[in-house]
Design a protein around this ligand. Structure first.
Ligand code: SAH
Length: 387
């Protein structure tokens, strides 16, 4: 096993330029120790930190893979990632953290382009068609979505292209065309059409089925997500009588797991696509005690507080930038007995903990999880209870 791991680490030719794996070549145990130490340091003035939960097999965990396409001066087509901080494309054919099936599909798409006369989009001139490919795979259902991001809306012989691609990869369940004609570093544009299948994939997490469309946030490491959510539920200790808020809820995963053992759950999320998925997910899983609102979480909580609403438990899982004072001030007014704060950036979480612990809450413990092996990122759950 050890020898095999070493070989896999040595195999990444793109590491230096890609910059995605800051822990390239560093033994996994050491990575975990480093993350553990970093989280503990950030948390030490608030509470104890338990040992970080790592992965048994820390490779190929990413269920979402993105590749940018480019044409070299000699005409060769490459696909991979942007060199860190630039718009130069570094070719990547295999990656130790990405799903291997997704990488194989991307390589085969590259192989098909020539015979279908599909030109690569040129960022400088705006000429050409294919810009990016995004792949999402439901690890437990096996469903695969391929999103072809184009610089203009018309793709010639798209049906034959899908046929040829599905011949190579019959496991692809849906293909979506996304049009991004802006000169932007954002991968996906606004317009989408489904050219094969249902336009989204489904995955099973904690015994519930979730639909995921191209733009919705979905945890990229489902193996660790089940452990993370399990811990969050254990800390919340729901008994069936509680009113729960799932803030920054994405497609409603945490809220729906909580709804199984709560009286009522309210989810709030800014991204309209994610909210649409969340509503459909609740219906599909026949959950009648959960509602979703599409709004800025801070503004939503402020309104709840102004209406004199109460909550027993608040789950909050903000993006890397963390939460806002508007949000936290309103949480304090809503006065839940428990706050379960899940964070993908313990640094901004520590900043937010400062506010919450100064306004009537006590941090009871920090529980780090390694959701992103080989990268510098760590995930951390903190339980806060009302003083
Ligand atoms: N809890 C979900 C999603 C967490 S990621 C899960 O575990 O899958 C953070 C989410 O916050 C994303 O879905 C993002 O769209 C959303 N978000 C970002 N800014 C927001 C804001 N100001 N108000 C509400 N949601 C926001």
């Amino acid at each position: 096993m050890k020898e095999e791991k070493k070989n896999r680490i040595a195999a990444c030719k793109a590491a230096k330029k890609c910059g995605g794996c800051q822990y390239q070549g560093i033994p996994y145990e050491k990575q975990l120790q480093d993350k553990q130490k970093a989280v503990r340091q950030l948390m030490q003035s608030f509470c104890k930190t338990t040992e970080i939960t790592g992965m048994k097999d820390p490779y190929h965990y990413r269920n979402k893979v993105h590749a940018v396409f480019a044409r070299k001066k000699d005409g060769t087509i490459i696909s991979g990632v942007y060199e860190e901080g630039t718009h130069r494309v570094v070719p990547v054919e295999a990656c130790q953290i990405e799903d291997e099936k997704a990488d194989a599909i991307i390589n085969d798409i590259r192989g098909l382009l020539k015979s279908f006369k599909i030109k690569i989009y040129n960022e400088d001139t705006g000429y050409g068609l294919l810009r990016h490919v995004l792949i999402r795979r439901g690890f437990s259902t096996g469903e695969i979505m391929v999103v072809l991001v184009l610089g203009s809306p018309v793709m010639p012989s798209k049906n034959n292209f899908v046929k040829a691609l599905r011949k190579l990869h019959p496991e692809i369940t849906t293909v979506v065309l996304n049009v991004n004609d802006k000169r932007t570093s954002m991968v996906l544009g606004d317009r989408e059409t489904t050219i094969y299948g249902k336009g989204y994939i489904e995955d099973v997490l904690c015994g519930l089925k979730f639909r995921i469309s191209s733009k919705s946030f979905y945890q990229i490491n489902p193996v660790q997500t089940e452990k993370l959510y399990g811990k969050a539920m254990e800390l919340a200790g729901l008994s069936g009588t509680e009113r729960v808020i799932d803030a920054y809820c994405g497609i409603g995963t945490i809220g729906m797991v909580a709804a199984k053992s709560a009286k009522e759950v309210i989810g709030v999320e800014l991204n309209p696509d994610a909210v649409r998925d969340a509503v459909k997910n609740a219906k599909h899983n026949q959950m009648k005690n959960i509602r979703f609102y599409q709004e800025d979480a801070g503004r939503f909580m402020e309104k709840m507080a102004a209406l004199g609403e109460k909550a027993d438990v608040v789950f909050m899982d903000p993006p890397r930038s963390g939460s806002t004072e508007q949000f936290m001030k309103s949480v304090v007014t809503l006065a839940p007995k428990k706050i379960v704060y899940i964070s993908c950036d313990p640094q901004t979480q520590a900043r937010d903990l400062k506010y919450l612990t100064r306004h009537g809450y006590k941090a009871m413990g920090a529980y780090p999880y390694d959701m992103f092996p080989f990268t510098k990122h760590a995930e951390n759950i903190v339980l806060l209870t009302k003083n």
